[in-house]
Design a protein around this ligand. Structure first.
Ligand code: BES
Ligand code: MN
Ligand code: ZN
Length: 491
C-alpha cells in the first residue's frame, strides 16, 4: 500500500475506485466534485436503498461511469461522525476491497472531517485501519499464500498544503509498523519465537534506530539475584534473557518512561500444567513483550524526543524434573520471598524482578504490559484492556490515550482490602490470591514491587489475541502506548 496526497480536482485523479461518504439523507458529500453522469448513476443506486442506514456500513458498486467500482460509506450526520464509527467504516471498506483486483483508490479526506476528526486524525485512522486489515503473515506457508495488498491510495484534500495530513500519514505509518511487528511476534510459533529470538529482535531495533541494547544472560541474571524470574525459567531448555532497550532522545536530565513487557514465549503452566485444549494459544503469552518491542519500533520511526526504556524478562514456563514446584519458596530481587502455590501464575514472578530492576533508571513512570490473567478476560472480555495503577493521574493519562487511539483501557480497583488474599504462612507472600478478583490480586502482587515510583499495569490477556476463525495477534495495545508517548512529546 502506498499513500499519496492529492490536491487536484477529484475528477482529474485517475483511479479505479473512489470511496464516497453518504449522509443519513442519502447525500453524497463530494457529489459536486464528481462528474454529472457518475453522480446521477450513484444517486439512482442510493434510491434503491441497498446501503444500510447504520453509520459505518458500506456498499460496493460496480461500473459507475468514471470508476470501475465505488464504495459508498454511510457516515450519518457529518458533524457527529465519531472516530470509532469512521474507523469501523474504513475497516468495512477495506473488507469490500479485499478480493478486488485494482491498483488505485481515492479517499477524499474532507468528507469525513469534523471537530473530533481533524485532517490529521482522519488520515492517521485511515492509514491504521487499512494497514490493520491488510496485515498478513505468510512466512511459514509454502502454499496458498495470501497476496499482500499492493495498491495506491490517493488521499484527496481541498487544502493545498496540508501539514496535518502529512503528520497523520507519518504517525499512522509509524504506529502501523509497530503494530505489524507486534502481530508478527505474537503469531510466530513458540519454537521460533523464543527468548533468544526476542533478544535478536531488540538488537535489530537498536541497530535500525540507534538505540542502546543490553541482553543479560542467565549468569548475569543470577548475579542480580532475580530468583523469582529464574525460578520460572528452570523448567525450560531455552536460555532466559533479560532485555533492555534504551531510546534517549529527550532532555538529558529528564527521567525516563520505562515500559516493561511480559515475555513468556510459551506458557504450559509448568508443574501446575494447563489443560491441552487451545494450549497452542499460549505462544502469545509474550504479548506484553511483543507490544513494548512494537512500541519501540514506532518510537524509533518517529524518533520521539523522549527518554524511553524498554525492559523485557523472557523465558518459557514448562514442566520438567527441574521445574519450580508448587510449595517452593523463591527470593525475588527485591529481597521479598514468594511461596509459589501455582506455577501457572508465572507472569507476576518474572515481572516482579523486572519492576525491581527498573528502579535503577529513576523512572518518571513505569508501565508494565502483560497477558497476565484469565480472570481479566472473564471480567472485561475482549474489547478493553484492564489498567491498574498506584497513581491515578497516570491511569487517567492512559485512559485518555486509549480513547484517542481507539485502543481503550478500563481502570480496575487495586484497593488494600485485596492484599491479604496474598498472605502466605511460610513466605512474605503467595503468588496467587484465590479465584475471587484474580486480575486484581495479580496487580496487587505486582504493586508490592512498584512502591518506589508511579506505576501502571495493563492486563492484555483479553485484547492481545483473537481466538476462533480469525485466530491471531491483534497488535494491541501498541496504538494506545504510542499515543500516550506522542502526547507526552507535547507537554
Ligand atoms: N498467561 C496466563 C494468563 C492468560 C490466560 C492469558 C488466558 C491469556 C489467556 C497466566 O500466566 C496464567 O496462567 N494465569 C493464571 C493465574 C492463576 C493460576 C492464578 C490464570 O489466569 O488462570
Ligand atoms: Mn500461566
Ligand atoms: Zn502466562
Amino acid at each position: 500500500m502506498k499513500f499519496t496526497i492529492k490536491t487536484d480536482l477529484i475528477t482529474k485523479i485517475p483511479a479505479d475506485i473512489i470511496t464516497l461518504a453518504v449522509t443519513n439523507k442519502n447525500q453524497i458529500l463530494c457529489g459536486k466534485q464528481l462528474d454529472a453522469l457518475t453522480l446521477k448513476h450513484l444517486n439512482n443506486i442510493l434510491k434503491l436503498g441497498d446501503l444500510s442506514s447504520k453509520t459505518g456500513s458500506t456498499l460496493l458498486i460496480h461500473g459507475a461511469n468514471k470508476y470501475s467500482r465505488v464504495i459508498l460509506l454511510r457516515i450519518g450526520v457529518q458533524v457527529d461522525l465519531t472516530p470509532k464509527e469512521f474507523f469501523k467504516g474504513i475497516v468495512n471498506a477495506s473488507k469490500e476491497l479485499s478480493n478486488l483486483d485494482f491498483t488505485k483508490i481515492i479517499f477524499p479526506i474532507n468528507q469525513f472531517v469534523n471537530k473530533l476528526l481533524t485532517e490529521q486524525t482522519t488520515t492517521e485512522y485511515l492509514v491504521r485501519a487499512l494497514a490493520d486489515q491488510g496485515y498478513i503473515i505468510n512466512s511459514l506457508k509454502t502454499q496458498n499464500k495470501s497476496k499482500p495488498a499492493n495498491f495506491q491510495v490517493y488521499l484527496h484534500t481541498n487544502q493545498p498544503t496540508s501539514k496535518e495530513i502529512k503528520q497523520g500519514l507519518k504517525n499512522g505509518h509509524a504506529i502501523s509498523k509497530g503494530v505489524d511487528l507486534t502481530k508478527d511476534l505474537g503469531n510466530l510459533p513458540p519454537n521460533i519465537c523464543t527468548p533468544t529470538y526476542l533478544a535478536s529482535e531488540a538488537r535489530k531495533l537498536a541497530r535500525a534506530y540507534k538505540m542502546k541494547v543490553t541482553v543479560l544472560e542467565q549468569k548475569q541474571i543470577e548475579k542480580l539475584k532475580m530468583g523469582s524470574f529464574l525460578s520460572v525459567a528452570k523448567g525450560s531448555r531455552e536460555a532466559p534473557k533479560f532485555i533492555v532497550l534504551e531510546h534517549k532522545r529527550g532532555p538529558k536530565n529528564k527521567k525516563p518512561v520505562v515500559l516493561v513487557g511480559k515475555g513468556i514465549t510459551f506458557d504450559a503452566g509448568g508443574i501446575s500444567i494447563k489443560p491441552s485444549q487451545d494450549m497452542d494459544e499460549m505462544k502469545y503469552d509474550m504479548g506484553g513483550a511483543a507490544t513494548v518491542l512494537g512500541v519501540m519500533k514506532t518510537v524509533g520511526e518517529l524518533n520521539l524526543p523522549l527518554n524511553i526504556i524498554m525492559v523485557v524478562p523472557t523465558c518459557e514456563n514448562l514442566p520438567d524434573g527441574k521445574a519450580v514446584k508448587p510449595g517452593d519458596i523463591v527470593r525475588s530481587m527485591s529481597g521479598q520471598t514468594i511461596e509459589v502455590l501455582n506455577t501457572d501464575a508465572e507472569g507476576r514472578l518474572i515481572l516482579c524482578d523486572a519492576l525491581t530492576y527498573s528502579e535503577r533508571f529513576n523512572p518518571e513512570v513505569v508501565i508494565d504490559v502483560a497477558t497476565l490473567t484469565g480472570a481479566c478476560v472473564i471480567a472485561l472480555g475482549h474489547h478493553v484492556s484492564a489498567v491498574f495503577s498506584n497513581y491515578n493521574p497516570l491511569a487517567d493519562e492512559l485512559k485518555t490515550a486509549g480513547e484517542k487511539a481507539l485502543d481503550p483501557v478500563w481502570q480496575m480497583p487495586m484497593w488494600d482490602e485485596y492484599q491479604p488474599q496474598l498472605n502466605s504462612n511460610f513466605a512474605d507472600m503467595a503468588n496467587i490470591g484465590g479465584r475471587a478478583g484474580g486480575s486484581i490480586t495479580a496487580a496487587c502482587f505486582l504493586s508490592r514491587f512498584a512502591k518506589k515510583y508511579n506505576w501502571a499495569h495493563i492486563d492484555i490477556a483479553g485484547t492481545a489475541w483473537k481466538s476462533g476463525k480469525e485466530k491471531g495477534s491483534t497488535g494491541r495495545p501498541v496504538s494506545l502506548l504510542s499515543q500516550f508517548l506522542i502526547k507526552r512529546t507535547k507537554n
